[in-house]
Write a protein that binds this ligand. Structure first.
Ligand SMILES: CC(C)(COP(=O)(O)OP(=O)(O)OC[C@H]1O[C@@H](n2cnc3c(N)ncnc32)[C@H](O)[C@@H]1OP(=O)(O)O)[C@@H](O)C(=O)NCCC(=O)NCCS
Length: 158
């Protein structure tokens, strides 16, 4: 992949971020019958944290939400355009999110996955993360159509 640049999003990017996230997370329709997000929710997240964007020739192909929480960082909504997956973009954005949090004084990075996404813990374990607990499925998200919960994973940022 050539000509890939990264930058921090501003509120004008909310529509494109929501479109990309919903496209990447469409595979979760087997347990949630709804879009993952919308521009209003993205703008609300931009008040609390940042979205790092990856663009190829000016077109948004991947994003990740990053939030500083004291000595811990958090990332979520990692999304790669389905046509651009398995080419290292996810790893590249995770690295960049970790660098940002480390440079901001964080000692750990946290994320969550839904327990029904069986392939994800392995993906994150290969990038240094380990499971360290569970959480209920968030009440502010569209209700899932089968029982599920979140799996917490963390990694020290040295
Ligand atoms: C999960 C997700 C972010 C991963 O992004 P990605 O860009 O496809 O991931 P990567 O390319 O970094 O890694 C994917 C795998 O492809 C492999 N791969 C295959 N060809 C590759 C290549 N040419 N270059 C790099 N990696 C390649 C990698 O080795 C990696 O496997 P590994 O985990 O065994 O190392 C992406 O699939 C996605 O957007 N999914 C939908 C949304 C989602 O589930 N987000 C996460 C919610 S917690």
């Amino acid at each position: 992949m050539d000509q890939i640049t990264t930058r921090w999003a501003d509120s004008a990017d909310a529509e494109n971020i929501a479109r990309l996230v919903n496209s990447a997370f469409r595979l979760e329709r087997f347990f949630v019958d709804a879009d993952r997000t919308n521009p209003e929710k993205v703008r609300a997240l931009l008040d609390k944290g940042k979205f790092l964007l990856a663009e190829e020739a000016g077109v948004l192909i991947a994003c990740v939400y990053v939030e500083l929480r004291g000595e811990r960082g958090y990332f979520g909504l990692l999304a790669v355009d389905p046509a651009k997956q398995r080419a290292g973009m996810g790893s590249r954005l995770i690295d960049a999110a970790e660098q940002y949090c480390r440079a901001s004084g964080c000692h750990f990075m946290d994320l969550t996955t839904v327990n029904l996404r069986k392939e994800l813990p392995g993906y994150y374990r290969r990038r240094g993360y380990a499971e360290n607990g569970t959480l209920p499925f968030p009440a502010d998200q569209y209700p899932p159509k089968m029982p599920c919960h979140l799996v917490k994973m963390s990694k020290p940022l040295s």
